[in-house]
Design a protein around this ligand. Structure first.
Ligand SMILES: [Zn+2]
Length: 500
C-alpha cells in the first residue's frame, strides 16, 4: 500500500492523502481508520476527520463507495486491478495523540491518517511525505527508502501506527551513540536553552536505562520534540514529546528530564515488556488491560531511579519523590473506591488520570499508586532475597522470557509467577494492594530498607487569596531508622544507587 501525504495549504489545517493499492481478487474491500493510537488509551473518533473521500480505478472511473460502521469505507473491487483512494484529514487539535497542521509545521499521528485494509494489518506500507514547499525536514522513526526523498517503509501497519512524523523547518541537536547505536533529537521551535547539556543528560539516561535491562533492541532512536504543550507518546524506536526551551527552563530540568526518562523507558516497559492485551492491538475497540499499573506505574517508578543512576538526581530527591507519591495516593478518597487493577482497565472511560469534576473522588491514578506499589515490591524482593535480587530482575526476566523468547506479552498469572520466581515468595499481600483497596502496610515495607515513615495525621494550613483553609493530612515523611541492621543498610544502599 503506497501512501502520499501532501499539505499544499498548511494554514487550512488539512492533510491530503493519496493511496495507491492493488486489491486482491474479491467483490469488495473495507478500508478502516483506527479509532485510537496505542499509548493514549482513549477512543479518538479519528474517522470523523476524514473528508472528500473518493476512489478511482486505473482507468480513472469513479467507484461507488459506502460507509460501514464508525470507522469503515466499503469499496467495490470486482474486476478492479488498481485503486487510487484520496481523502483529506482535517486537523483541529494540537495534541500529542492527534495529527495537526498549521502554517508553521505538521505533525502526523499515523493512526489518524493512514487507513488499513480490514483484516490486513500485516500488509507492508510505503509512505511519501510531500512537505509544504517552504519546509525542508521530516522526522520519523521509520526507515528511509534509499534515493527517494522523504519516503519511508513500514513492514506492517502496527509499525506504521507506531511511527509518527514531524514536518517543517526543524532543528536537530548533535546526535550521540550508545553501544554504536545512534540517538537523535529533532524538534520544532526548540527555543533557547543549554543544548549540549540536554544531549549529554539524555545520553546518560539512555546509558543507564539500557544497562538496567541489558539490551538495546533498536537500530536507531529518535526523540521527536513536537513543540510546547503537554504529554508524550512512546514508540518502539522513537518518542514524541511536548517540549520547548521555555518549558524546560520553567518546568525545571528535573521535571523535563524525568518526563524524557519516562517516555524513553517505555520503549522497554509497555512497548516490549508488555501485558498480553497491549499488542497485537484492537484498533477499532481499544485494548483493555488490568496491568497499566505495570506499564505506566512502574515506568513512573523507574524515573527517579534511572535519573539517580545517571547522576541527575540525589537520594534525598528520590525519597521526596516517593513521599509525594504516597501522599497523593493516601490523601485522596478515590483510594477507597477503586483498585489499581480497576484503574488500569477503566482508564478508557475514566480518562488518563482518573475522573474529573464531581467524580474526582471515585478514582485513582495508575501514575500515582503504580510507582508506590513499585517501591514496595522492590523493597520486598530485596528483603526476601537478602538483597540479591530486586525489581530490576523482574523487569529483565519479563523482557527476556516474554519479549525476547516468545515475542508476546505476559498474562496476569505470568506476571505473578515471574515475581514469585525472582522473590522466592508469591508476595500475596502486595498483590492485594493491586486487586483490592486495602491500605498498604508502608511501615513494614519501608522498614525493609531501614526507613521509617510518619503516617500520623497532621493539620495542614493553606492560605489562598487571603482565605486560610485547615485540613488534616497524613505527612508521610520518610526518614532513616536509627539503628538499621546490615541487611537494611545494604537494601537501602543498593536501591539508592538507582539500578546499574
Ligand atoms: Zn507513560
Amino acid at each position: 500500500m503506497k501512501y502520499v501525504v501532501s499539505m499544499e495549504d498548511p494554514a487550512s489545517h488539512t492533510f491530503h492523502v493519496t493511496l495507491d493499492y492493488k486489491p486482491e481478487k474479491s467483490d469488495s474491500l473495507v478500508l478502516k481508520m483506527p479509532d485510537w493510537t496505542p499509548g493514549y488509551y482513549q477512543l479518538m473518533n479519528y474517522a470523523d476527520n476524514v473528508a472528500e473521500f473518493s476512489v478511482k480505478d486505473s482507468d480513472g472511473n469513479a467507484l461507488e463507495w459506502k460507509r460501514s460502521g464508525k470507522t469503515g469505507w466499503v469499496i467495490p473491487t470486482k474486476a478492479v486491478k488498481r485503486l487510487t483512494v484520496e481523502y483529506d484529514v482535517k486537523t483541529t487539535r494540537k495534541f500529542v495523540a492527534t495529527s495537526y497542521l498549521d502554517a508553521e509545521h505538521g505533525y502526523i499521528t499515523p493512526a489518524s491518517v493512514f487507513m488499513y485494509v480490514d483484516q490486513k494489518i500485516k500488509t507492508p506500507a510505503e509512505v511519501t511525505i510531500v512537505p509544504y514547499k517552504e519546509w525542508d525536514r521530516v522526522a520519523t522513526g521509520l526507515d528511509s527508502i534509499a534515493k527517494k526523498r522523504f519516503s519511508y517503509s513500514a513492514p506492517d501497519f502496527d509499525i506504521l501506527y507506531d511511527s509518527p512524523f514531524l514536518i517543517g523547518n526543524l532543528e536537530e541537536l548533535p546526535a550521540f551513540e550508545v553501544k554504536g547505536i545512534p540517538h537523535r533529537f529533532i524538534g520544532y521551535k526548540l527555543g533557547e536553552f543549554d543544548k549540549a547539556k540536554l544531549m549529554s543528560d539524555i545520553r546518560k539516561i539512555v546509558e543507564k536505562a539500557s544497562a538496567l535491562i541489558g539490551d538495546i533492541p533498536y537500530k536507531h532512536y529518535t526523540f521527536i520534540a513536537i513543540g510546547p504543550g503537554q504529554g508524550g507518546i512512546e514508540h518502539l524506536n522513537s518518542t514524541t514529546i511536548s517540549f520547548s526551551g521555555e518549558q524546560l527552563n520553567a518546568r525545571g530540568w528535573d521535571g523535563m528530564l524525568g518526563f524524557i526518562t519516562h517516555e524513553y523507558f517505555h520503549h522497554y516497559n509497555v512497548k516490549r515488556i508488555r501485558p498480553v492485551e497491549l499488542g497485537p492491538f484492537d484498533y477499532e475497540n481499544g485494548s483493555r488491560t488490568n496491568m497499566l499499573w505495570v506499564s505506566e506505574g512502574l515506568t513512573v517508578y523507574y524515573e527517579p531511579l534511572i535519573m539517580k543512576a545517571a547522576g541527575l538526581y540525589t537520594t534525598d530527591k528520590m525519597l521526596e519523590f516517593f513521599k509525594n507519591q504516597i501522599s497523593n495516593v493516601e490523601n485522596k478518597p478515590g483510594r477507597l473506591h477503586q483498585s489499581l487493577a480497576q484503574a488500569s482497565a477503566q482508564t478508557w472511560s475514566d480518562g488518563p488520570f482518573g475522573r474529573t469534576g464531581d467524580e474526582v473522588n471515585k478514582t485513582i491514578s495508575v501514575y500515582q499508586k503504580g510507582p508506590v506499589v513499585g517501591l514496595l515490591f522492590d523493597f520486598a524482593i530485596r528483603h526476601e532475597t537478602q538483597n540479591k535480587k530486586s525489581l530490576d530482575n523482574v523487569m529483565r526476566k519479563l523482557y527476556n522470557d516474554f519479549y525476547k523468547k516468545k515475542n508476546r506479552g505476559f498474562t496476569e498469572n505470568e506476571l505473578r509467577e515471574t515475581i514469585a520466581k525472582v522473590a522466592g515468595n508469591p508476595l500475596e499481600e502486595l498483590f492485594s494492594y493491586i486487586y483490592t483497596t486495602a491500605e498498604p502496610d508502608y511501615k513494614k515495607y519501608l522498614g525493609y530498607a531501614g526507613l521509617d515513615i510518619d503516617t500520623s495525621p497532621k493539620e495542614i494550613s493553606e492560605t489562598k487569596d487571603g482565605v486560610t483553609v485547615k485540613r488534616i493530612e497524613k505527612a508521610f515523611t520518610i526518614t532513616p531508622m536509627d539503628n538499621p541492621t546490615e541487611l537494611q543498610k545494604a537494601i537501602f544502599a543498593g536501591w539508592s544507587k538507582g539500578g546499574e
